[in-house]
Design a protein around this ligand. Structure first.
Ligand SMILES: [Zn+2]
Ligand SMILES: [Zn+2]
Ligand SMILES: [Zn+2]
Ligand SMILES: [Zn+2]
Length: 162
């Protein structure tokens, strides 16, 4: 009979534990509205907190605000030869972000710069020569740049003639 009594005690104990734990679950927390515990910043998450009448609190994270960059301030004006730099300042925290600006396009002249075999475009700002290609003769002139066909200089190499 000793064993039976022992089991009884265990059962009662278990029942008591169950009742206890279910009791704590019966109360559904009723929270007030969220209030700010930690203000979010540009880089860091903030924390909101709300409290139940029982004193239990719940916290949740709110995402970082992200920088709010204003209009850029040109530090180095880009040109067709050099890239530029622009500084952007965050209106909230003052952090400065420097952005590299692409070079601007060359300002190509209307006409072509011409040598005996090629025509090309030239930049009127930096004088870079771009788009160099062979003349394309048709009817005695290059139909692209308009330069007249010129007999090639006498060459020692005649092997390509038919
Ligand atoms: Zn509660
Ligand atoms: Zn910021
Ligand atoms: Zn240029
Ligand atoms: Zn040409």
């Amino acid at each position: 009979m000793k064993i039976f009594r022992f089991i009884c005690i265990i059962t009662v104990t278990l029942l008591t534990l169950c009742a206890c734990s279910s009791k704590t679950n019966i109360h559904t927390h009723t929270y007030g509205s969220w209030s700010i515990l930690t203000q979010p910043t540009c880089n860091e998450e903030g924390v909101l907190v709300r409290e139940c009448a029982c004193g239990h609190t719940e916290e949740t994270n709110v995402s970082a605000l992200g920088h709010a960059y204003g209009e850029g301030k040109v530090v180095v004006e880009p040109s067709c030869t050099e890239r530029g730099l622009t500084n952007y300042t965050c209106k909230l925290c003052g952090e400065v972000k420097t952005a590299i600006e692409n070079k601007t396009a060359h300002t190509l002249t209307e006409g072509y710069v011409i040598d005996e075999e090629h025509h090309a475009k030239e930049c009127s700002v930096c004088f870079a020569v771009t788009g160099k290609e062979d003349h394309f003769y048709y009817g005695g002139v290059c139909i692209i740049c308009g330069c007249p066909y010129k007999e090639p200089e006498i060459s020692d190499d005649n092997t390509t003639f038919d």
